[in-house]
Design a protein around this ligand. Structure first.
Ligand code: GLN
Length: 482
């Protein structure tokens, strides 16, 4: 018998509906688990106990009375600390926003509250999403529950670790260039970067506005699809959201894949990819063959320019977004009278080394005289990357790649080498400049009990196709995972 914090959302909902368990018991189980694990893992920046238990009691009472309940009634979840929450701190993992309390809720928070999901905490992350390991957080590192000497990935590393150890049944992460998929891969869970504009960004602290996406991190595919169906949709407060119909993503998972085409990108299995990762991807290819799929080799020849283009545009946008952190409106404020000195000192004190690095490089790339050479050139590469990927979808239904080229590094292994850290993102950063959806899921395990992640990439708004392919894969290998 599973302990309650080990349940998936689907299993928990069934037990809640049949009144075999109460929301209070479920929330309490996750809170106890958090208390047990946090001294080692440090996934959370804020734990919401009393209010979560109160919300659970209200839901239990409504259920007893037979009153109508939301689709996620009583399900405890965590939220990356980049989403605004009325009444609770939102730090974005940076000292700059220490103690900041937003006056409103992000749309994703509102949507989950409407369906009676229960927020139990806010999770650690690299500041403003800047990182791939959660080691840049101003509030200390998060450890990987699968091996506590290793990083959980980033920047949504707190969310990845929390879901993996049972600190809530799901989490909401944010993905600008891999921040949902990387921790999903390293922690052995499922994470979706939805199509740009599928989920509202309103109330999300911006990293790079033309890349940022909001997505679910869950224990399995069904849960991921269910949560997406709740949080997706047009939002009048985010003009970039799409009016494209929201599908019941969790209801068409089992369709036959016979004759469907899986593209394997040859550039993504070359040098620099760990042998264990290659082995897991080859196993995935065999599974898809056995499900009746045709495997097609695909080339994305411009991949080698993706990291450079992604980072130039990403940090250019970041430098502009971070200009609002001036000590006057938000968070940290240096104790200086002169207004100009105040801004300089506030930013000097509030930003850590990674934020400073990005603001400086981004400002440089946007400055007169250099913008053509860097920013505009990167935008041209972005157009080519988009062309490359969209062309591939004329030949195949989905693309299959590793999520990360490597296994989770040891804590501290890459911290002195920011370039090495950035290069780890090779397979995830290509996606955000193009805007298509990408789903990270466990492909298999290594002999040491680590997880290897694979990434399924689909055309714009084809999240349902990704879930279908992922669900049948998950079903085929379930018994081999730990
Ligand atoms: N690691 C990437 C970066 O640092 C992606 C981050 C993200 O998706 N927020 O830019």
């Amino acid at each position: 018998m599973k302990r309650l914090y080990e349940l998936t959302v689907k299993e928990a909902l069934e037990l809640l509906e049949s009144k075999e368990i109460t929301a209070r018991e479920l929330v309490q189980s996750c809170l106890d688990r958090i208390e047990e694990m946090e001294p080692t893992i440090h996934a959370f920046l804020l734990i919401i106990k009393e209010e979560a238990l109160k919300a659970a009691d209200q839901i239990d009472m409504k259920r007893t009375k037979g009153e109508p309940l939301g689709k996620l009634a009583g399900i405890p979840y965590s939220l990356k600390d980049v989403y605004s929450t009325k009444g609770y701190t939102t730090t974005a993992g940076s000292k700059m926003l220490e103690g900041y309390i937003a006056p409103y809720n992000a749309t994703v928070v509102e949507k989950l509250a409407k369906e009676d999901a229960i927020l139990i905490g806010k999770t650690n992350c690299d500041p403003f999403g800047f990182g791939s390991s959660t080691e840049n957080s101003a509030y200390g590192v998060t450890r990987n529950p699968l091996d506590t000497d290793r990083v959980p990935g980033g920047s949504s590393g707190g969310s990845g670790a929390a879901v993996a150890y049972g600190g809530g049944l799901f989490s909401i992460g944010e993905d600008t260039g891999g921040s949902i998929r990387c921790p999903a891969a390293f922690c052995g869970i499922v994470g979706l970067k939805p199509t740009y504009g599928r989920v509202s960004r309103y109330g999300s602290i911006a990293y790079a506005s033309s890349y940022d996406t909001v997505g679910p991190m869950t224990k399995d595919i069904y849960d991921n699809a269910l949560i997406l169906s709740v949080i997706a949709g047009k939002d009048t407060r985010d003009a970039t959201t799409s009016a494209e119909k929201v599908k019941p993503y969790h209801q068409a998972l089992d369709l036959s894949l016979k004759g469907r085409k899986v593209g394997v990108v040859k550039e993504y299995l070359g040098d620099g990819v760990d042998e264990e990762v290659k082995k897991a991807i080859n196993q995935a290819i065999e599974v898809y063959k056995s499900l009746g799929c045709e495997i097609v080799e695909v080339s994305l020849p411009y991949t080698e320019y993706a990291i450079a283009a992604y980072y130039v545009i990403g940090i250019s946008e970041a430098s502009s977004n971070l200009a609002r952190m001036d000590g006057i409106r938000f968070g940290h404020e240096a104790n200086v009278d002169d207004w100009k000195d105040k801004i300089i000192k506030t930013r000097g004190e509030g930003f850590g080394p990674e934020e400073k690095r990005r603001v400086m490089v981004g400002t440089y790339a946007l400055s007169t005289g250099y913008a053509d050479k860097y920013y505009h050139k990167a935008q041209q590469v972005r157009a080519i990357l988009k062309d490359d990927i969209l062309k591939a979808f004329k030949k195949v239904d989905i693309l299959l790649t590793p999520t990360m080229p490597v296994l989770p590094p040891k804590i501290g292994e890459n911290t002195d080498d920011p370039l090495k850290m950035w290069l780890m993102d090779a397979f995830t950063v290509t996606i955000n400049p193009v805007g298509v959806p990408a789903l990270a899921l466990p492909a298999g395990n290594t002999k040491d009990g680590l997880s290897v992640g694979m990434q399924l990439i689909g055309p714009h708004f084809k999240e349902d196709t990704l879930y279908n392919f992922a669900y049948l894969y998950e079903k085929s290998i379930k018994d081999t995972l730990n």
